[in-house]
Design a protein around this ligand. Structure first.
Ligand SMILES: Nc1ncnc2c1ncn2[C@@H]1O[C@H](COP(=O)(O)OP(=O)(O)OP(=O)(O)O)[C@@H](O)[C@H]1O
Length: 256
C-alpha cells in the first residue's frame, strides 16, 4: 500500500470580499509518488488549493495532512522549507549567481560548503544545464526556460518529498514547454516524489498527471485518471472541457 502524502479533509477557503468560496469543502487523498495535475478555468481555486498546502494561505475550514501530520500544527516557515515550490515567474534572486540561488535553503539549513557545491552540480545536471557553463551566471543571463530550470533545481535542493508547481511553464514558448514537460516527467519518475501541478492547459494536465483534479468555482468536479475522465466525464463542465480540447484537435486535422 502506498503511503498517503497529502490529505484534504473538508478543506475550505473563503476570501472576505468574494461572493463564493475560492475552495469549497474539498476532500481528497493523494498517494506518495503520484503526479497530480490540477486543471480548471481561471478563478476556479487551483492556486488557492496549492497555497494552502504550504500555508501561504491557511484554510478556514477543514484540515490538511502531509504524511499524517496536520499542517496547522507545524511552523509555517519550517513547513515551507520542506516543500518544493515552483511558480510561473520563478523569482530568482537577481543579484545572486545560479549556484547561490540553488543553495539558498541548504545554506539556511547549515549544510557544509562541500555538500552544497556537490548538490548544486548534481541538480543542474538533473535539470539539463551544464554546471560549468551555468553555475556562475546571473539570472538575467538566462533565457526564460533556463530560469525555470534553475527554479526547479532550487525547489529540489533539499530533496523535498512534496513539490508544488503552479503553472511553472505557463510563460514559455510551445517547444520549450514540451521539452520541460518531458524532463519533469523524467525527474518525477527518477525521484519518486509527490507532485501537485496546477495548469490551465488540458493537454498538459492529461499528459503529466497520473490523476487529474478538475476544479470549477471552488469545487472538485472530478478526480480521476485522464482515461476515466475522458471516457466518463462526471458532469457538464468536465464534458465541455473535453469537447473543447477535442474541437481544437479536429481543427488541426481539418487544416492539414
Ligand atoms: N488573496 C485573495 N484575496 C481575495 N480573493 C482572492 C485572493 N486570492 C484568490 N482570490 C479569489 O479566489 C478565487 C480563486 O482564485 P485562484 O487564484 O485560486 O484561482 P485559479 O484557479 O488559480 O485561477 P487562475 O487560473 O486564473 O490563476 C478567485 O475568485 C479569486 O478572485
Amino acid at each position: 500500500m502506498p503511503k498517503t502524502a497529502i490529505k484534504f479533509q473538508a478543506v475550505s477557503k473563503h476570501f472576505a470580499d468574494a461572493s463564493y468560496p475560492a475552495v469549497d469543502n474539498v476532500t481528497l487523498t493523494i498517494n506518495e509518488g503520484e503526479f497530480i495535475t490540477v486543471l480548471g478555468s481561471s478563478g476556479s481555486g487551483k492556486t488557492t488549493l496549492l497555497k494552502m498546502v504550504n500555508r501561504l494561505y491557511d484554510c478556514d475550514g477543514g484540515k490538511i495532512e502531509l504524511f499524517d501530520e496536520d499542517i496547522a500544527t507545524v511552523d509555517a516557515v519550517a513547513l515551507r522549507r520542506r516543500i518544493g515550490y515552483v511558480v510561473q515567474h520563478i523569482g530568482l534572486f537577481p543579484h545572486m549567481t545560479v549556484a547561490e540561488n540553488i543553495a539558498t535553503v541548504p545554506k539556511l539549513l547549515n549544510w557544509s560548503k562541500e555538500a552544497i557545491v556537490a548538490r548544486v552540480d548534481e541538480l543542474l545536471t538533473t535539470v539539463g544545464l551544464d554546471p560549468e557553463e551555468f553555475k556562475s551566471r546571473h539570472p538575467k543571463q538566462l533565457s526564460g526556460g533556463q530560469q525555470q530550470r534553475v527554479g526547479l533545481a532550487r525547489a529540489l535542493a533539499v530533496n523535498p518529498k512534496i513539490m508544488l508547481l503552479d503553472e511553472p511553464f505557463g510563460a514559455l514558448d510551445a517547444i520549450t514547454r514540451l521539452n520541460l514537460q518531458n524532463e519533469l516527467l523524467k525527474i518525477h519518475g527518477g525521484l519518486k516524489k509527490t507532485f501537485l501541478f496546477v495548469t490551465h492547459d488540458i493537454n498538459e494536465a492529461f499528459k503529466l498527471g497520473n490523476r487529474v483534479i478538475i476544479m470549477n468555482e471552488g469545487n472538485v468536479c472530478q478526480f480521476d485518471t485522464p482515461k476515466n475522465i475522458m471516457n466518463m466525464p462526471a458532469n457538464a463542465f468536465v464534458k465541455e472541457l473535453i469537447d473543447a480540447a477535442r474541437g481544437q484537435e479536429s481543427f488541426w486535422g481539418e487544416r492539414a
